[in-house]
Design a protein around this ligand. Structure first.
Ligand SMILES: [Zn+2]
Length: 261
């Protein structure tokens, strides 16, 4: 019997293969299950065009926090990733681009020095090559294990986004569930176009924290992608099955028709 998966939204049980064949979107209610970075990349990149940028970063423990190294090791085993973001290059409908995909499974997608550096380097690479940069975000925010150094990543990634703009190279952000904290407060809102997946939680502080702070009930759907679209924070909600053709369209519009020849 094949593996079964229960939808956390409509509670129906499906064969895993069925859900996988819908790009992990629930065939009944449209709930978006989490994709791994590898699944995400294969959902938008041409064939085997993706090549990961080499991982050349030493483990940083800038505030000497006890247990941080063990936590990183556990996360590496659990998520099967070196860090909370994968960066590399690929083509989309024949057009080259630089891509970064965050993983919420690696310490909640938190942004420490290495994540910030990788994202900044990806953007700088895009600016140097004049190739569009696409970033899929998923994050609980800054990595508290690195103290103030994690907050500095906000300035660094924002400066890299400004460099992209200066070189007239487009940055496309796709906000996936959930994108919060220092990632939302930096590069994740700096795209030339900011897209989101259906139902993604997008905000700075989470709704529970805000409710606890202001002592008031928040409106239904607060900080959902749909709410943020209505309020003008994002440009569009794109179905997972349409993501590749949407990105392809945006690349064509921004880079010109003949950028792949
Ligand atoms: Zn469902």
């Amino acid at each position: 019997m094949s593996k079964q998966i229960q939808c956390p939204s409509c509670h129906r049980v499906f064969d895993y293969d069925v859900v996988a064949s819908y790009m992990k979107v629930c065939p009944k209610c449209g709930y978006h299950h989490r994709l791994t970075p590898a699944e995400r990349i294969s959902s938008i990149a041409d064939g085997n065009s993706f090549a990961e940028f080499p991982f050349t970063y030493a483990f940083p423990n800038p505030i000497g926090l006890e247990g941080y190294q063990e936590k990183i090791s556990q996360s590496r085993d659990k998520a099967n990733l070196e860090e909370a973001v994968i960066t590399g290059e690929c083509t989309i409908d024949g057009r080259p681009c630089v891509v970064a995909v965050m993983s919420f499974d690696f310490m909640g997608g938190s942004m420490g020095s290495v994540v910030g550096e990788k994202i900044a380097e990806a953007m700088i690479e895009g600016a140097l090559r004049h190739e569009p940069v696409i970033i899929f975000t998923a994050s609980g925010g800054a990595r508290m294990q690195e103290g103030i150094f994690s907050l500095m990543q906000m300035a660094k990634t924002s400066a890299a986004a400004a460099l992209l703009e200066k070189s007239l190279t487009p940055l496309f952000i796709v906000l996936t569930h959930p994108t919060t904290g220092g990632v939302t407060a930096s590069f994740a809102m700096l795209g030339d176009v900011n897209l989101a997946e259906k139902g993604a939680l997008i905000g700075f502080a989470g709704p529970r924290v805000i409710e606890g702070t202001i002592g008031e009930k928040l409106p239904a759907g607060f900080q959902s992608a749909e709410f943020q679209l209505e309020k003008g924070f994002i440009d569009a909600i794109v179905a997972r099955e349409d993501m590749k053709k949407t990105l392809s369209f945006l690349i064509r519009v921004h880079m010109g028709e003949h950028s792949n020849e």
